[in-house]
Design a binder for this molecule. Structure first.
Ligand code: SAM
Length: 234
């Protein structure tokens, strides 16, 4: 995605309490920032925030944090949040790779990943926001039994991601390869979703529940080690 520099974005963001430039100092204190005990949901790679501002308007009893690396897009999240007087939204300009330093165990109750870059080239697949390396970061702060909701236009990314979630011990609780023709009724469209669906591209959508802090591979290894130990003991 090509981003055009906007010199006015950062000064606009710096003067607003909704934008958090020191997020690592607030690890474990996010409830204090919102001033209530409501659940906290994240959107990773929120872009201009069409989705997160709509869901924040619909669910005033949930706190939302919009995350993206570019001030140039986040400034539009801020404008929408202020136009709609949304007090249940905060904005963090950060690379998602660093989120392990921002949130502590159980602090987050849902993650949305909408239309992240598909990175089809094998060498770059580790940059996918659903790659196991990222899922392991999320598991450090996502409360057990909480969900990750994932939408994409990209078939290969979706298929690979189904396996990534499985490998990391998430349970698939819903999946469709054509969201807009599916039985799922509560969909809130994102900016990229509108763009892709207007081109006739089917939207893929999955919900995955965080069931275990260890990956499937680790569980299998542990199981085998226990079996060997038991066999040797008797
Ligand atoms: C294709 S856009 C999707 C925007 C929005 N979610 C939507 O569906 O309309 C992907 C966004 O993810 C952000 N992004 C990608 N990788 C990121 C990373 N590692 N850390 C933070 N933001 C990232 C990009 O800056 C971009 O705004």
């Amino acid at each position: 995605m090509r981003i055009r520099k906007k010199r006015w974005a950062k000064p606009e963001m710096e003067k607003d309490h909704k934008v958090i430039y020191n997020p690592t100092e607030l690890k474990g204190k996010w409830k204090d920032i919102f001033g209530n005990d409501n659940p906290i949901h994240l959107e990773l790679g929120c872009g201009k925030g069409n989705f997160i501002t709509k869901v924040a308007e619909l669910n005033k009893n949930i706190n939302y944090i919009a995350i993206d690396v570019y001030d140039e897009v986040l400034v539009y999240v801020l404008i929408k949040a202020n136009e709609n007087k949304l007090e249940n939204i905060r904005i963090i300009p950060i690379n998602i790779e660093l989120l392990g330093n921002v949130f502590t165990q159980d602090e987050i109750e849902k993650i949305y990943i909408n239309f992240c870059t598909p990175w089809p080239n094998r060498r770059h697949q580790k940059r996918r926001l659903t790659h196991p390396n990222f899922l392991r970061i999320y598991k450090n702060f996502l409360r057990l039994k909480s969900e990750v909701w994932f939408k994409t236009d990209d078939d290969l990314l979706f298929k690979d991601s189904l396996q990534y979630f499985k490998d990391e011990g998430f349970t698939e609780i819903y999946k469709t390869f054509d969201l807009h023709q599916s039985d799922y009724e509560d969909n809130t469209m994102t900016e990229y979703e509108e763009k892709f669906s207007s081109q006739g591209i089917k939207i893929k959508f999955g919900m995955f529940r965080h069931e275990s802090t260890v990956s499937t591979k680790t569980s299998v290894c542990l199981f085998i080690l226990v079996q060997i130990y038991l066999a040797k003991s008797f």
